[in-house]
Design a protein around this ligand. Structure first.
Ligand code: AMP
Length: 584
């Protein structure tokens, strides 16, 4: 397939606002692609050569190098490129304009194919060590001199990580269903396969080469992360009991980082909730799993919790996040030691355990784990009494836990990869005090600070995730809960995500001073969910207006462990709203 075809589709998608139309355009493109190149088409469309968990190098070209590349390709000085970038607001559009007016050699060169673009970008990503900057630049200049102006626009956006087509994984799943099975009805099979293997390109190729039956037979594999199952939230023990079917495994909810450990012999890999490899951050956890889990191979899940080596007490989640930023991990393992509390097993010695009911899985876990101080199972008890659930909740709080997780134990209580269902329900302290639970919101914009806050942001515009449309509608403007250090940290962290215009996936009636790519997830607590004329979250479903958070405050916690699509959703917000009004 020619890259030109991709570029034209991207342009159309960019100029289309409805998600159904975007899905249709992408489906048409996918239908035309050769089965052997579909993986590359998907990768380029997602703006990532490989899924994160493969541990392949990323393209990530910095602004300065991007400017040099365009300057050399168009034979103009760097300053000229900078000027055009400033005027047009993005390096892609600048490359397009400058190449249009430069005398190019394209007449002599061959047309660019998708494979040629992908392979060159892969070489760029892999170049490392001394002389790699030169190498990267010359590879990209070579590519641009062969590119048509429109192609140059998208190549430059891809390498600088600013493609922003507004196409999330789930919309690509829809497009695949439409392209290869004729309708979106089969989307759930494709989504399920993706949830089991976390590799959409692979699922797409399988679908194109062998059809939907092959996709249905995708199974769990050690070494390939499974998208994690998530919990819903409720505030009353009685309701929780009813929702899970009258009987529940009630476990303490630990405040740490979730990990999925894959073990094959002595080889252990750890994945985060975002399917990133985090093995290097936890050499201690790797050791615990190696020494205390008695299977040849398995996939298990649990929570890693930091504790104080002096007192033995658990430490807050923030402490754990310090490990993410440290290079000297050995030192950190002493400073912030951790324990592991396992709560699930999905695979063991050749058998898919994920399809078994909760208590079966728990008993397999009991059998394979050799418990000790460092690694064991979550504290849990099966009960059919809401009163008992309340007691366990109180004990959980008394012993320094966040709350409880109530898990369904009926025949159908299998592990549901990648979904948030009523099979797992969390109950946290903030509920019982009549306040709202914390929300994980995505920062999409900001307003300049004045007075004491000059130079940093005065307020943050935050959004939830809408799973149906793959968008981020705003829910509040947050101006409180910040210390000076936090404001500095916001400024620093957001610097990488600044955009020149609103991201197409962000839905907002407010005009922010600065827009961001929806990447940063922060924890927020508010007083209640209210109907609002200014915020669009859930507007179509509620009818009278969107939903907003009243009196939102930043809790001080950056949720580095969450992807924007794992933030609080519109559906969660509607649940909370109805709960508040006593509708459920
Ligand atoms: P939240 O981060 O508030 O959405 O809560 C869900 C998270 O709680 C999971 O992703 C786990 O990281 C964590 N968690 C803590 N204890 C448990 C437990 N016993 N079972 C399942 N998840 C737990």
């Amino acid at each position: 397939m020619l890259y030109q075809r991709l570029a034209e589709a991207y342009e159309k998608i960019e100029n289309t606002s409805g998600s159904l139309d975007k899905i249709a355009i992408l489906a048409e493109l996918l239908r035309e692609a050769e089965a052997s190149e579909i993986e590359k088409v998907i990768a380029l469309t997602l703006g990532k050569l490989f899924p994160d968990w493969k541990g392949e190098p990323e393209i990530g070209i910095a602004e300065k190098m991007a400017v040099q590349v365009v300057a050399q390709a168009a034979s103009v000085p760097d300053d000229e490129v900078k000027k055009v970038v400033k005027r047009l607001g993005d390096i892609g559009a600048a490359a397009e304009e400058l190449l249009k007016s430069s005398v190019q050699m394209t007449l002599l060169s061959e047309e660019l194919t998708v494979s040629r673009v992908f392979d060159t970008l892969y070489s760029v990503a892999r170049a490392s060590g001394s002389g790699s900057s030169k190498m990267k630049t010359s590879l990209l200049v070579g590519l641009l001199t062969e590119a048509q102006p429109l192609e140059a626009r998208y190549i430059m956006r891809t390498v600088t990580g600013s493609l922003r087509l507004g196409l999330g994984h789930m919309m690509i799943v829809d497009s695949l269903a439409l392209a290869f099975t004729g309708s979106r009805d089969n989307r759930s099979d494709i989504e399920h396969a993706f949830n089991l293997c976390s590799d959409l390109g692979y699922v797409a190729r399988l679908l194109a080469e062998e059809g939907i039956e092959a996709v249905r037979s995708v199974s769990i594999e050690v070494g390939r992360p499974i998208r994690m199952m998530a919990a819903k939230k409720l505030s009353s023990p009685e309701e929780i009991m009813e929702k899970v079917g009258g009987r529940a495994l009630v476990e303490y909810k630990y405040d740490g980082e979730r990990i999925q450990a894959h073990k094959k012999g002595d080889e252990i890999v750890l994945f985060s909730r975002r399917q990133e490899r985090i093995t290097d951050q936890y050499p201690d956890v790797v050791e615990y799993v190696r020494d205390h889990v008695r299977t040849g191979s398995c996939i298990i899940e649990g929570e890693v919790v930091a504790y104080d080596p002096g007192t033995g007490e658990t430490r807050p989640f923030q402490e754990l996040m310090r490990r993410r930023r440290k290079f000297d991990i050995e030192e950190m393992t002493k400073e912030v030691p951790v324990r592991v509390f396992l709560f699930d097993v999905l695979y063991a010695d050749g058998e898919d355990i994920s399809v078994r009911p909760m208590l079966d899985r728990r008993s397999v876990l009991e059998k394979i784990v050799d418990k000790c101080e460092d690694i064991g199972l979550t504290v849990g008890e099966v009960t059919d009494s809401a009163e008992r659930l309340r007691e366990i909740f109180m004990t959980a709080l008394d012993t320094g836990h966040e709350g409880i997780m109530a898990k369904a134990v009926h025949e159908g209580s299998r592990y549901q990869a990648g979904s948030r269902s009523w099979l797992w329900i969390k109950l946290k302290a903030s509920y019982s005090e009549g306040m709202m639970d914390t929300l994980d919101l995505v920062v999409v914009g900001a307003f300049h600070g004045r007075g004491k806050r000059t130079g940093v942001y005065g307020a943050i515009l935050a959004a939830v995730y809408d799973e149906d449309t793959d968008t981020f509608p705003t829910v509040c403007k947050i101006g409180t809960g910040f210390t000076d250090e936090m404001l500095e940290e916001f400024k620093r962290r957001l610097a990488d995500y600044v955009l020149d215009a609103r991201d197409p996936r962000v839905v907002s009636d407010l005009e922010a001073d600065v827009w961001f790519e929806p990447r940063l997830v922060v924890e927020v607590v508010g007083d209640e969910v209210t109907i609002s004329p200014t915020h669009p979250a859930g507007r179509e479903k509620i009818g009278t207006g969107g939903l907003a958070i009243r009196f939102p405050r930043f809790t001080g916690r950056f949720r580095d462990d969450k992807n924007p699509t794992q933030a609080t959703t519109v559906a969660d917000l509607i649940d909370l709203f109805e709960m508040q009004r006593g509708l459920r």
